[in-house]
Design a protein around this ligand. Structure first.
Ligand code: ZN
Length: 271
């Protein structure tokens, strides 16, 4: 599943291909993804110039010159490619956003993604309005995290993955940041110290930035009709490594489930 680094890498990939360009229409081969796609999308997009491609949490925001925004979520399996518009579509290529002789093509085998047209201020859209701070912005730090943890008995990992506290910290990065900060994922959030929250906030930022850099260097490009853009493999300290020795101390990494999500930790390095 694309997490925040993959979405940010996608944004960086497609932004130069879209910014300043004018949409000429859209082709919908599938009426709905997770939600129905606006059937008038082609008419709404035609003639509109792209001001910029932004991101909020895991939503890509294609901002148009009339104040409207196209919100794209990649769901479980979505990807975007920039192709000649006459490239024959394959089975899961559900939507083309037309840019003259090229198109931005949306593929999504599992159709859990979304393409939503938002005519008004996008920050007030119901999907975005209640989101917590961005983890890479100045609005999130150890103070914010410590305040959010006060009085909470839920596991710290569950709190890190709560979009009201901080957005975009998915299961992989919550596991990795908790290892880097030396905090066990099962610990009640209210018992995590101020200093540990500082370490956690820094670890979240570092873990996400490292993944974004890895994406930027391993990603091929968004113009390759054959490649699979937007996803990249990384080496993890604990994620997916249950039963294997911890890189720091050789204790075997443990696995547990928290809120249906797989959680991995080193019982020696994380207390
Ligand atoms: Zn260890």
């Amino acid at each position: 599943m694309p997490e925040l680094p993959e979405v940010e890498t996608t944004r960086r990939g497609v932004a130069p291909l879209l910014t300043g360009r004018i949409f000429t229409g859209a082709v919908l081969r599938q009426p709905r993804l997770r939600w129905p796609i606006d059937p008038e999308l082609a008419e709404r997009l035609a003639g509109r110039r792209v001001r910029q491609v932004a991101r909020r949490a895991k939503y890509l925001l294609i901002e148009l010159d009339d104040g409207a925004t196209l919100i794209i979520h990649l769901g479980m399996s979505g990807s975007l490619r920039h192709l000649p518009a006459d490239t024959p579509p394959e089975r899961h290529d559900h939507v083309d956003l037309l840019l003259g002789e090229h198109c931005l093509r949306y593929r999504d085998p599992r159709r859990f993604g979304a393409i939503l047209y938002c005519p008004g201020p996008v920050e007030l859209h119901p999907l975005l309005v209640k989101l917590g701070p961005e983890p890479l912005s100045d609005d999130f730090d150890g103070e914010v995290l410590f305040a959010a943890c006060r009085g909470k008995t839920a596991p710290i990992k569950t709190v890190l993955m709560d979009n009201h506290v901080v957005v975009g910290v998915g299961n992989i990065y919550a596991n990795e940041a908790l290892f880097a900060a030396g905090v066990r994922p099962t610990r009640p959030a209210g018992q995590v110290s101020h200093e540990e929250c500082q370490r956690l906030a820094a670890a979240i930022r570092a873990t996400l930035l490292r993944a974004i850099e890895a994406g930027g260097s391993t990603l091929r490009d968004f113009t390759d009709a054959i490649g699979k853009p937007g996803y990249f493999q990384q080496h993890y300290a604990v994620y997916g490594r249950d039963g294997l020795p911890c890189h720091a101390c050789a204790t075997l990494v443990q696995h547990t489930r928290l809120g249906q999500r797989s959680s991995f930790y080193c019982p020696h390095c994380q207390t």
